[in-house]
Design a protein around this ligand. Sequence first.
Ligand code: FES
Length: 123
Amino acid sequence: MDNANLQFICSTEKLLNLDYLICHIEYRENKSTAVIFYYDGQAYAYLNNCRHRQRRLDCEADTVFDANGQLLSCSMHGYVFEPTTGECMIPPRAGKKLQSLRIVEQDGALYFADERVRMINPF
Ligand code: FES
């Protein structure tokens, strides 16, 4: 990946001290938000857009995780997603998956490495 195509998100230290980070982006030229978090030592990023009815996962709550902090959960109707794959777990076999976004860790920082994404408010 050419470094010119990397878009700075935040330091790894910052994200390690947060449950997750929401940042404003354009995805395929449409305004949206992304949710970024560490899970089992690995950083993940998804479009913050529930695959049920296209609402933000945190549209009705101040979190994108379930009560145990283990699974991504939409606060609108309760769809639950596996954090490492984005697969919908509840309801089962819904066949829906959160849109993953490519990120990289480099020199103590996280970057979007996804040509579909443009950062609106870098930290
Ligand atoms: S909009 Fe997310 S569960 Fe319905």
